[in-house]
Design a protein around this ligand. Structure first.
Ligand code: CAA
Length: 257
């Protein structure tokens, strides 16, 4: 498929999607979201891919949903179209997705980064949910995922004032997993992605699913789920191999089965 708003590359066992609408600071329009979903569909089906990276430019991960595209919408039309359901597919994926964020991650850009599994941010990254300044509110998960990530007080502060937070505040608040110098963003992200892609895929998929359960269910059900999944991994080749390799003091040869 020929993409117009993203760049797609495979680097070893990592699929990389780069948002590429520089003239609009990677504002997220319907075409871009469709293309991101199509690229990730391909990576999900590709048995050689073990991790996915989603990134933007040095100036902007994404400055939000495309305001020019949304401007003329009506209440029932927006509700019935349910465009953000397409966005939400990104959070439903099985393989891990790392957001490598530099520059602005605002509105839908912050929400898109939060749909990924974790965020590695450059030292110039800025996060915010400025929708209140446009007479609306976050619509792609910001009121929910930001609140779960950084707590009610800070989420209220950011969403009600529409202010941006710099990367240090974002890391202190728990939104960002690591801060790296801008020049090292992709190299550091690829190191993390390569390391994940080298693990046994079944364990990676189950670990991601179990962590995500923590946001959906009560602790007792989450713990039951974890124990079931933990036990089921003893049916894999890679569990036998991983434990044998440890005891034999050698590197495991995982076969993703
Ligand atoms: N949608 C459409 N176009 C956008 C955009 C957006 N979200 N953000 C930036 N652009 C465009 C600008 O219109 C401008 O285009 P033109 O040159 O054609 O005028 C171009 O990108 C460059 O932007 P600026 O000139 O504004 O760049 P700047 O460096 O002066 O400012 C900025 C950067 C602070 C990020 C500013 O662009 C800005 O505030 N952008 C909007 C941020 C925002 O409100 N995001 C929330 C959108 S709503 C949303 O996301 C809803 C949701 O929950 C999903």
């Amino acid at each position: 498929m020929a993409y117009e708003t993203i760049l797609v590359e495979v680097k070893g066992k990592v699929g990389v999607v780069t948002l590429n609408r520089p003239q609009a600071l990677n504002a997220l329009n319907g075409q871009l979201i469709d293309e991101v979903n199509a690229a990730i569909d391909g990576f999900e089906k590709d048995g050689d891919i073990g991790c996915i990276v989603l990134t933007g430019s040095e100036k902007a991960f994404a400055a939000g949903a495309d305001i020019k595209e949304m401007q003329g919408r009506t209440f029932p039309g927006t509700y019935l179209d349910d465009k953000f359901a397409d966005w939400d597919r990104i959070s439903q994926r099985h393989k891990p997705i790392i957001a490598a964020v530099a520059g602005f991650a605002l509105g839908g850009g912050c929400e898109l980064a939060m749909m990924c599994d974790f965020i590695i941010a450059a030292d110039n990254a800025k996060f915010g949910q400025p929708e209140i300044n446009l007479g609306v509110i976050p619509g792609a998960g910001g009121t929910q995922r930001l609140t779960k990530a950084i707590g009610k007080a800070k989420a209220m502060d950011l969403i009600l004032t529409g202010r941006m937070m710099d990367v240090n505040e974002a890391e202190r608040a728990g939104l960002v997993a690591r801060i790296v110098p801008l020049a090292d963003l992709m190299a550091e992200t690829m190191k993390a992605a390569d390391s994940i892609a080298a693990k046994s895929l079944p364990s990676v998929l189950m670990a991601k699913e179990a962590i995500n359960r923590a946001f959906e269910v009560a602790l007792s059900e989450g713990l039951r789920f974890e124990r079931r999944v933990f036990s089921s991994l003893f049916a894999t080749h890679d569990q036998k191999e991983g434990m044998a390799a440890f005891i034999e003091k050698r590197k495991p040869d995982f076969q993703n089965r």
